[in-house]
Write a protein that binds this ligand. Structure first.
Ligand code: IMP
Ligand code: MG
Length: 331
């Protein structure tokens, strides 16, 4: 197979939904597969002038591409059906295109109740962490155990490892959720989510490493984080930035804490994910507030304009195509 991967390079909410949606439209993919996370994610997608927020369903459904909820994901069954109904009632054909990996895990009432009591991390309280814990404790419930999901179930190996009579291989777009700073291994533990948010997460989902063609790393030109740790520093501009960028959680509505782009974390996440195409979203928001800043180690850099900042980011990654994006729907 041939695979492209979309990963978040910061703390989620970088605009992966937009990038996946555009790639699904422009590419020749036979499948789109979400490879981690569950209903903690909120992917905002503008499709034909309408705004959608998906939580479980991969963005391939917008273009009639078979879309898999992969083995590294967890599913809240009632929420999934609500999401399907909402997409269907807006003209998106989900029943015809959605596939669920038999070995994806299920978020139960017990997981939700437990997560509701969570206070330390500031989780989305949607039961994701307890569902992953039980998966690894080997007492989880899997999609194959849930009769309502039967019509969607697939074995990912059978679905993705084939060659048709013309010799054509599957071409898979792997859609990540959350981001490097929230990754269970690489994020700021314990202020992390419970899944693998890196390119490694796609490989764990049945995508051999040598099938990977492009890794699209998605970041914003500034950073945001939602959760309990102190992230935001004192800067009067951040309040302005929060409202200009509408930085409120797509899943929980919580205000996102703001920071300037951190070049050291960005370099690390680009290298560890093997990114070869870098997209920095929301450049239009810094243009709106006419302030362009970034951290370079301990030093705050202040740029005169967007071009200057874009050149500096480009200089960090001379080998990588770097794009500053200014539109909520186009790259
Ligand atoms: P959990 O994934 O609900 O357990 O939450 C763990 C941490 O990850 C919390 O700080 C959440 O706010 C954060 N988080 C989880 N999913 C997302 C997401 O899709 N976008 C942004 N933050 C997220
Ligand atoms: Mg989001």
């Amino acid at each position: 197979m041939i695979a492209d991967v979309v990963v978040g390079l910061q703390f989620g909410d970088e605009g992966k939904g937009k990038v996946t949606h555009q790639l699904a439209r422009n590419g020749n993919y036979t499948h789109v597969m979400r490879f981690n996370g569950g209903c903690n994610a909120g992917h905002t997608i503008y499709h034909e002038g309408k705004k959608f927020v998906t939580h479980h369903v991969p963005a391939g459904v917008f273009y009639g591409i078979p879309s898999i909820i992969g083995p590294g994901c967890v599913i809240d069954v009632a929420k999934l059906f609500k999401e399907i109904e909402s997409l269907e009632s807006n003209g998106i054909e989900v029943y015809d295109n959605l596939l669920i990996s038999e070995n994806a895990h299920i978020i139960t009432d017990f997981h939700r109740a437990e997560d509701k009591k969570e206070e330390k991390i500031g989780t989305t309280r949607t039961g994701n962490g307890p569902a992953y814990r039980d998966k690894y404790f080997r007492k989880g419930l899997r999609a194959v155990d849930v009769p309502e999901l039967r019509e969607f179930l697939v074995d990912v190996f059978g679905e993705l490892h084939y060659e048709d009579s013309t010799g054509k291989e599957p071409e898979v777009l792997c859609e990540g959720a959350q981001g490097f700073g929230l990754d269970i291994d690489w994020g700021d533990y314990p202020y992390v989510t419970s899944s693998h948010c890196t390119t490694g997460g796609a490989i764990l989902s049945g995508v051999p490493h040598d099938s990977i063609r492009d890794v699209y790393g998605v970041a914003k030109v500034y950073e945001t984080y939602v959760g309990s740790k102190n992230f935001e520093t004192e800067d009067p501009v951040f309040e302005l930035l929060r409202s200009a960028g509408d930085e409120y959680g797509a899943t929980t509505g919580r205000p996102r804490q703001i920071g300037w782009l951190d070049s050291h974390s960005l370099v690390k996440s680009v290298l560890l994910n093997g990114v070869n195409k870098l997209i920095l979203n929301k450049a239009d928001i810094l243009d709106n507030i006419k302030t362009w800043r970034a951290w370079d180690g301990d030093q705050l850099l202040c740029f005169e304009n967007s071009d200057e900042m874009e050149q500096w980011v480009g200089s960090l990654f001379p080998e990588i195509l770097t794009i500053f994006s200014r539109s909520p729907s186009e790259i």
